[in-house]
Design a protein around this ligand. Structure first.
Ligand code: ADP
Ligand code: MG
Length: 234
């Protein structure tokens, strides 16, 4: 089943006299449960595409369906509700709240977005911290954690609301190679267990071996759209 579908999807940024065609008539679909890597050099349009799929910005043309909903023209409030219900985000710079512990960072979306009773909240937070291997670090604040540990907490935070889709914009860019690989394997393990769809961007060719489906984007054009030959190396 398709979770995401783009039809002639385009995005133009206009600032003053300058017009940048960041995405040029993209046609693609992403299956539910897919593990997709969006690969391309800096400036190719990766963030723009993730922002459209994540309803953080609107397309200039074409159609975009996410989880059965046409999100091409959602208003601000509807977009926020849609994001809170369906989408989790992971960022390059982790974006944890510095004054909150790892536990509180993961709990945060359940408090802001959803009105969930305290006991159920605790269960969900503890489950996710265990899934990312951070239970024993849960009382530390971000400045007491390594980059890889922070990204594990960020993954738990993205997943705690049980979204259909997790979007990660260069989630491994600030990590060394081994840590980057372990973060990707962790995301894939969670996908295997929870059937959450993952779309992440990278400009690092060394880590795309962990992906199953690779979208190559160059200068706003989708070049390939296919499978890299199986489920990786476990
Ligand atoms: P990537 O994430 O692959 O590095 P981006 O999606 O950030 O690429 O950018 C794609 C193109 O759109 C680039 O030419 C970039 O300069 C331009 N761009 C991105 N955001 C804006 C913006 N807010 N205003 C104007 N141009 C932008
Ligand atoms: Mg980017």
């Amino acid at each position: 089943m398709e979770l995401i579908m783009g039809q002639d999807l385009s995005k133009v940024y206009q600032s003053g006299e300058i017009r940048v065609k960041a995405l040029k008539d993209l046609n693609f679909s992403i299956e539910k449960g897919a593990f997709v890597s969006l690969v391309g050099p800096s400036g190719s349009g990766k963030t723009t595409l993730l922002n459209l799929i994540g309803c953080l910005d609107k397309p200039s043309g074409g159609r975009l369906l996410v989880a059965g909903m046409d999100v091409s023209d959602l208003g601000k409030t509807d977009a926020a509700v849609f994001r809170g219900t369906h989408i989790g985000f992971i960022f390059q710079s982790f974006n944890l709240i510095p004054i909150l512990t790892a536990y509180e960072n993961v709990e945060y979306p359940l408090i802001v977005v959803r009105n969930i009773p305290a006991t159920r909240r605790r269960k969900q937070v503890e489950e996710l911290l265990a899934a990312v291997g951070m239970s024993d670090q849960q009382n530390k604040r971000p400045d007491q954690l390594s980059g890889g540990q922070k990204q594990r907490v960020a993954i738990a935070r993205a997943l705690v609301t049980h979204p259909d889709l997790v979007l990660a914009d260069e989630p491994t860019a600030n990590l060394d190679h081994d840590t980057a690989m372990s973060i990707l394997r962790l995301m894939r393990k969670i996908r295997d267990e929870q059937e959450t769809t993952f779309v992440f961007s990278t400009h690092d060719n060394r880590i795309i071996g962990e992906a199953e489906v690779i979208f190559r984007i160059e200068d706003g054009v989708l070049k390939t759209n296919g499978n890299n030959g199986g489920h990786g190396n476990g």
